[in-house]
Write a protein that binds this ligand. Structure first.
Ligand code: NAD
Length: 371
């Protein structure tokens, strides 16, 4: 028992819930990391974990990441995540997700679920039958739909902020951007870049996806997947996989900026954020610039509106600039700066909320705070 609480203490989690339903076979873990800013929001991952310990480690790591992501994005949400242990290919059915939904409902809004790796919008619609605390549902049901265009918009704003910070101009006209991975997000990112007059070089292991961007956007060039690190460019935008910035790739990079949507771009956060810093390559922290999808989905909580989503995602530009300024002023890496920005916001708002102000009726301010 003490080992479990030691684990909670290690990453300062508030609550971890184990959900078991013999009839449906549901085995899920919901981790609530921090609710200082608001209810813990984070997706539900369905994965065939090797062991229960792996599932627990994953959900605790991911839920902590969500606290930082929401806080840095300026959302009034805490960090949470859920995992369902099982195969997303063979283990899915309505009863399983409705059972999961009842556990989510039982948390009375402390945790808000959404889709993630291995789960889909359709799965969340089953959850919605049992719980009010789910986002990431289809537009037809009043949801926010595909988050990828918003994630791409946030990355694009991050790139412009990084360009402005390093060169004084955010224009991408005539600048070269190397995009690794042109799937859901990469495709939309290329669209913004080409529209701005950038020279875009792409790589993808899926030849159809490469063909699609070359056909759809004039002037896009392609290189073999392994050559993307060697492209002489202004910006390298990893939009495929994690851990692509590592000991092998850093010496090959010929860019001034790394800014992309992939999660966990750095193989080792400490080592590789410092390695980029010392090579004077500006790293726009992944969890900050890829928050567009989260910001978009979170707006379902106040009644979804595309215009407001676009406006809030564009704010990633200013947030990224603030992070660069903190890094410069405090002589720390941009990743440390992002973490500090998030932690300071949580600390400051925890103090504000210490004061009892009586019951506050449901007004626009409440809706904004929940957004
Ligand atoms: P996706 O699967 O649609 O696209 C990924 C693309 O990368 C695919 O075209 C794939 O063929 C390609 N790829 C895979 N391995 C590659 C390699 N070695 N070299 C070159 N290309 C390779 O995924 P996505 O939704 O576009 O997300 C991309 C990344 O961004 C993921 O890491 C994801 O976790 C992260 N992310 C996505 C969102 C979102 O809104 N979709 C939000 C936040 C973070």
């Amino acid at each position: 028992m003490s080992e479990i609480f030691a684990q909670l203490q290690k990453r300062s989690h508030e609550q971890v819930v184990f959900c078991h339903d013999e009839v449906t076979g549901l085995k899920a873990i919901i981790a609530i990391h921090d609710t200082t800013l608001g209810p813990a929001l984070g997706g539900c991952r369905m994965w065939h974990y090797e062991s229960e310990a792996d599932a627990l480690r994953d959900v605790m790591r991911l839920s902590r990441g969500m606290t930082y992501k929401s806080a840095a994005a300026g959302l009034n949400l805490g960090g949470g995540k859920a995992v369902i242990i099982g195969s997303s290919k063979t283990g899915k059915n309505e009863a399983l997700f409705r059972s999961y939904g009842r556990f989510v409902q039982g948390l009375a809004g402390r945790y808000i679920t959404a889709e993630d790796v291995g789960t889909t919008v359709e799965d969340m619609e089953w959850v919605l039958m049992e719980s009010d605390h789910v986002v990431g549902i289809s537009r037809a049901l009043g949801g926010s739909g595909d988050p990828s265009p918003f994630t791409a918009l946030g990355v694009y704003e991050g790139i412009k902020a990084a360009r402005k910070w390093t060169t004084g101009s955010e224009s991408l006209a005539g600048k070269t951007v190397a995009v690794q991975g042109v799937g859901h997000v990469g495709y939309h990112l290329v669209k913004h870049l080409v529209h701005d007059g950038a020279r875009v070089v792409v790589a993808d292991i899926d030849a159809d996806n490469v063909r699609r961007v070359i056909n759809d956007f004039k002037g896009v060039e392609a290189v073999a997947p392994d050559r993307i690190y060697d492209v002489d460019c202004d910006v390298f935008a990893p939009c495929a996989l994690g851990a692509v910035i590592n000991d092998d790739t850093i010496p090959r990079l010929k860019c001034a900026i790394v800014c992309g949507c992939s999660n966990n771009i750095l193989a080792d956060e400490d080592v590789h954020s410092r390695a980029l810093w010392s090579r004077e390559i500006l790293y726009a922290p992944d969890y900050v610039v890829n928050a567009g999808g989260l910001i978009n989905v979170a707006l379902e909580l106040e009644g979804y509106n595309t215009e407001r989503a676009t406006q809030k995602v564009r704010a990633i530009h200013d947030i990224t600039t603030r992070i660069f300024n903190i890094a410069r002023d405090e002589n720390i890496t941009t990743l440390e700066a992002a973490n500090r920005l998030a932690e300071r916001r949580i600390e400051a708002l925890a103090k504000v909320r210490d004061r009892y102000v009586g019951h506050r009726p449901q007004r626009l301010g409440n809706r904004l705070r929940n957004g």
